[in-house]
Design a binder for this molecule. Sequence first.
Ligand SMILES: [Zn+2]
Length: 728
Amino acid sequence: MEKRKLSAIPRMEATPEMVEMADRMPGIKHMVTAELVEDSKILLLNFFEVSKLKKGKTEAAFRTFLSSDDYITQDLSVSKVKWLTAAFDNMQNFRVFEYKWDGCKSQHIPLVFIWSATDKETIEKFFKTYSKKDDESVWNAIGRFQDKVKASRLEEKHRKVLAPIDLKMEPIVEPPQEFRDWVWEYGMSFSRYGIYKETSKGKAEFECTYCKKIGVVDRSKVRLRNNEKGECPFCGSKVTYKARGKMPYQIVDERWFIYVDRQEKGFLLRYFNAKRHIKNDACIETSIFKKRIEESLFEYSRSFWTFVGNTPMKESYEWGVYHQRGLSRWIPDEGNIACMESILYPGNLPQAWEHTPMKYSALEILAQNIPTTAFRYEDALDVYLKFPKLEWFCKMGLNQLAKDVVRGYNYSGNMTGKVNYKAGTIYEILGLNKVNTRTLQAIDGNHYELRLLQVAQQLDIQMKPEQLKEFYETFECNTDLLREKNRKVSLHKLCRYIDKESERYPIGEKNACMWGYSYNRYKERTDPRIERKQNMAHDWLEYIGWCRELKYDLDNKFIYMPNNFKKVHDRTAEEYKALQDKKAAAEKKRREKLAAKKMAETKKAMEEIFSRNDGVDAFQIKGKGLILVVPQSGDEIRKEGEALHHCVGGYVDRVARGETNIFFIRKADHPEKSYFTMEWRDNKIIQCRGFKNCGMPADVQAFVKVFEKKMNEAIQGDNKKNAERKAG
Ligand SMILES: [Zn+2]
C-alpha cells in the first residue's frame, strides 16, 4: 500500500442526515461509510464517532484502507498523518461487537452501524471470498481477512530472521563417522555394565553390555557387588556391576559432546547429545525394540566463534521451534539447551582451530586424558585466553586441576587449594616443590589434593602418591589430621583401619541422596566402596571427638581404632548424649541458682532504697519530677501494657515466677498515669520503654541511670557486709 497516496485522498465528512440520525441510535458507538478508491482496488471505510456526531462534529475519527492482501488504518483525530497497523479486533477505543452472556446464551450486540444499504453491499462484495453461510454479519468476513494478513505479516517477519540463519547453516555438513565412533567408544565408555544374577551357589550368569557376551562366572574369582566397579571377565573392559534383580526400569546415561568444525574465520562449536538407555528385563518386555540397549546422538546447539585479536565473538543458535510455529530448525539461541557441561572431541584438534588463538591451548590433550568427564569447555576456552599457562596443566596431565581452574579462575571460592595465576614457574603457580609437584601429577590431583600437599609441605611431611590418594579417598580434604599431634597412629595405619572396618559400613545420607540431583546428571558415580570409606571416616572423627569429651583413653588402641566400629560408635553416641544431658542439667541448675541470688539482691536493694524515702513507697529524685513505682499485682502490669501499647503484659508470668522485675516510671505530679516501664534483671536495666515502645527522653534516661547506680551501690554494700561477716 502506498501510504503517501492514500493519505492524500480527501477526508470524508458526515452528511447532515448522519448527524441527525446520531441522536436516534442507542448503543451504537461508531457509524461507518464505505467507498472504493484506487481503481476499485482498495476499499476505504470511514469511521465516525456517534458521540462526536451528536455534538455536531462531522469529521471522521479514523479510516481504514483494505486491499486484497493488506490493511492499514489512518488516525484522523490528529492533523498530522498517523498510521495504525492493528486489526479491528485489537484497536484501542473501538469494538465491532459487545459480547454478552446472560447465563445460558451468548449474544453479540453490534456497536458499529453501517450507514446505508449501498455501503453494506460495497463491503460485502469486496470480502465475498471470505464470507461463510452462517456469518452473523460482514464483520466476520473482514475478521477472517485480517487474520490471514496477520499470519502472512508474521511469516514475513520470521523469514527475515530465519533466512540468514538458513544461509549460515547451509554449508555445514554431518561430522565424520570417526566422531560418532569416538563418542560411543571413549566418551560413553563409563556407561558399561556387567549385569549378573546368581544361578547356583557361587555361580552367576553374567551379561556384559559392552562385548555383549553372556556366560557363567565363578563368584569366588570375580567380586560381584551391586554398583561396585570392576572388569568384565570376558573382554576385560571396565564395567559397573548391576544385580539383575535390583536394576531400575532403565538406566539413562547422557553426555553432551562438542565437535569443533573449522570455519573460514574461526570455528564452530557443535553440541551433540548422546543418550544410552540400558533397560531392565521388565522394560525390554514392554518396549518395541526388544533390546537391552538403545542409543541416540543428536545435535542441538551451535556456537560460532570468531576472534578480534584475542577477544572471542560468539554467535549461538539452537535446534528448536521458532516462536511456536512450524517444524524444528536452527533458530537464534533462546537458552533452552543446557549443554554447557560437555565433553570435547579431540580427534580433529588442534587442526580445526589452528588458525585461531586456540591453536596452542592443548585442550585436546585434556579431552584425550579425561574422555568421560564433562565440564564447561566453553569456559575453558575463555580461561585459556586469559591464563595461557592452563596449557601447562593440560600437558602435565594435571587434568583434574585444569578442570578446577576453569571453574575457579573467575571465582576463587570454588577452589580450596589455591593457584597463583600471576606466578612465573609451575612450582610457584602450584605452591609446591618439585617432589610434591610430581606427586600431584602422579595421582592427577584435584584442588583438594593440591591443598593437602600444600599443607603437608608446610608441615614437612613427605607424602607418597599412593599415600595421598588413599588419604584423600578416606578423609577427603581434612588437613587437621595431617598434623601428627592430631592423631595417634600413622596416616597409613589409619587409612588401612577405615578401609577394613568400612567393608560393611552403610553409605550414609550425604552420598546416598546426592546422586538423585540433576546437577549430577553428567557425572559418573563414584565406587560405593569409596563412599562407604568416607562415611565411616566422617563417623570415626565424630567418635574420636566424643571419646575426648568422655575422657576415654585414646592411647588405648582398642578405643582409638575399635573393632566392630559401627557398634562401638553407636554405643559411644549414647554415652556421649547422656553426658551432654547431665552437663545441660547442671548448667540449668547453676543458672537458676544465680538468677535466684540476683533476685534476692534486687529485693534487698529495693528495700534499702525505699527505706531512705521515709516510708514513701516510691523512689524519687528531687528536682527531676519522676518517681519509681513497684507494681503490686499482675493486673497492674497488664494495665500498664494496655495504656502504653507495648508488650509488658506478657511479662506477668515471668515476674510471678521471680525471673525478672518490672518497675513503672511516672511523673511525680501524675503518679497514677503510665509513663515509662522498666525491666530489671541480673542487677541491670534490660529495657525501658514508653508509649508504643518509644525511647527515653533525657530526663528519664538520667533517672534510670541514677536508679541503677543506687541499686548497685546497695547490692555491693550488702555483699561487702556479708563478706565481712563471713571473714569475721
Ligand atoms: Zn565384556
